[in-house]
Design a protein around this ligand. Structure first.
Ligand code: GLU
Ligand code: MG
Length: 453
């Protein structure tokens, strides 16, 4: 391919372009998926053919503004400036090109949504995270993060009578049990190889609590990369399963009576080479203070779906109370004891799952933590018991998406950080999901979440 990138207004550095084009040719890539995450938490995109790639790397692919007003049921919401008129461009980040092992012939690139003149679009979620990272940098900090996702592995069973498809779990192995390693073995090895090939460093794997549940964690990375990694992770978990005629769901609670799937968010704050959460630093306390102060509102973003709130129950290690504590698995914020020599002290935010838009999640978490640092917020006493054993003493997390959205609307810091267009679209999309699922039964909710996430 000899095409040179055309002189569009959105230019990518030539060096990257050449490398991407060479790799695409060498690896027989026919389709390059330009991917983004929307307000419903859904990962969407459009793909360029290899022959058009040189130009599309520069121009992006045209897209309607309306797609950021679409909810997770593909129902378009009325949002000002997101009607039928108006275009954005899905513009790939040249550093993210990666062939997809589970989709031979395809590669992915994580993308921004930009205005046709190349400037960032106010509703781009990836830009929201970049701006949060920049705000943190202004105060002299960088954030490393990792999502620690769980998912349910099985197969999707259509209902012959026309009812909802069901997720039939792979096995009934016990938590961390040897049997579970063997029942899921072929899938786990394929998944690990696929993730490693994409540059995600796998940390640990185990079969977890309840039928078909798996947990596989990846190494932390700078915030933007961590969110990009989580998009690739979600796509790969499901893509590998589909190639094996299986179905994997990262939905927060795909089986109503079983353990939920979290995507706990691990966080550490750095200045140069120093982990600032390394000791009982005042800074760590303030960051926790910020997380707790904004937690009810944060959950509207980090636990972004109706199904998320089925998961946040006591005695499930998912957290149900706005408290923190060292190695407390029932606390919303756990101070994790470091593991081994390369282990880094970090905080773990438990009310976080894979139905969230990871860019909005991490961005909102950064704004909350930064607010805690700037205002020196006191997190109060650490909790070293199960908070559910002290009735009435601790604040419960929101019980529903609507309740969380009320908290978000009342949270000036997060509303201001989101900005007018993004927040009006996010609220419209999420309110519409709350209403749509409230009008139907639980089976409808479980089906749609396991289908989409
Ligand atoms: N499955 C739990 C959740 O919903 C987490 C269990 C664990 O600590 O790994 O968050
Ligand atoms: Mg787990």
């Amino acid at each position: 391919m000899t095409d040179r990138p055309s002189a569009t207004k959105i230019n990518q550095p030539d060096r990257h372009v050449r490398r991407i084009l060479e790799r695409a040719e060498l690896e027989g890539i026919e389709l390059i998926r330009f991917m983004y995450a929307d307000h419903g938490g859904v990962i969407r995109g459009k793909a360029s053919s290899r022959s058009r790639l040189a130009e599309r790397l520069g121009s992006g692919i045209g897209h309607t503004v309306a797609m950021m007003a679409m909810n997770m049921l593909d129902q378009l919401q009325d949002v000002e400036y997101m009607g039928p008129v108006g275009e954005v461009r899905i513009v790939p980040d040249p550093s993210t090109f990666v062939p997809l092992p589970h989709a031979p012939g395809a590669a992915a690139m994580l993308s921004d949504l930009r205005n046709p003149d190349g400037t960032p679009w106010e509703a781009c979620a990836r830009t929201f995270l970049k701006d949060a990272v920049a705000a943190l940098a202004d105060d002299g900090y960088t954030l490393l993060a990792a999502f620690e996702p769980e998912f349910t592995l099985g197969r999707r069973l259509p209902d012959p009578t026309g009812g909802y498809d069901r997720l039939i779990p792979l096995d009934d192995s016990l938590c961390y049990a040897g049997t579970g390693f063997d029942t899921a073995h072929d899938y786990a090895i394929k998944l690990i190889r696929a993730l490693e090939t994409q540059g995600l460093r796998v940390e640990h794997y185990h079969p977890e609590l309840g039928p078909g549940q798996q947990e596989l964690s990846v190494r932390h990375a700078p915030a933007l990369r961590a969110a990009d990694n989580h998009v690739l992770y979600r796509e790969t978990v499901r893509g590998v399963a589909m190639r094996m005629s299986m179905w994997a769901s990262l939905a927060p609670k795909p089986l109503a009576d079983q353990s939920g799937n979290g995507a706990h968010l691990h966080l550490s704050l750095w200045r140069e080479e120093q982990n600032l959460f390394a000791d009982d630093s005042e800074l760590r306390e303030c960051f926790i203070g910020g997380l707790l102060a904004h937690l009810p509102a944060l959950t509207a973003i980090t636990c972004g779906s109706v199904n998320s709130f089925r998961r946040l129950a006591p005695r499930m290690w998912s957290s149900a109370y706005a408290v923190y504590g060292p190695d407390n698995r029932e606390a919303a914020v756990r101070i994790c004891s470091p593991l081994g020599e390369s282990g880094e002290p970090n905080l773990e935010l438990k009310p976080s799952d894979s139905s969230a838009n990871p860019y909005l999640s991490l961005g909102a978490v950064i704004h909350a933590g930064l607010d805690g640092i700037r205002r020196k917020l006191d997190p109060g006493e650490a909790v070293d018991v199960d908070p559910d054993t002290r009735p009435g003493r601790y604040q419960r997390l929101p019980a529903s998406l609507d309740e969380a959205l009320d908290a978000l609307e009342a949270d000036e810091v997060l509303m201001e950080a989101l900005g007018p267009l993004r927040r009006s679209a996010y609220l419209a999309v999420k309110r519409s999901e709350a209403a749509a699922f409230a009008a139907k039964d639980a089976g409808y909710e479980l089906f749609h979440h396991m289908r989409v996430f």
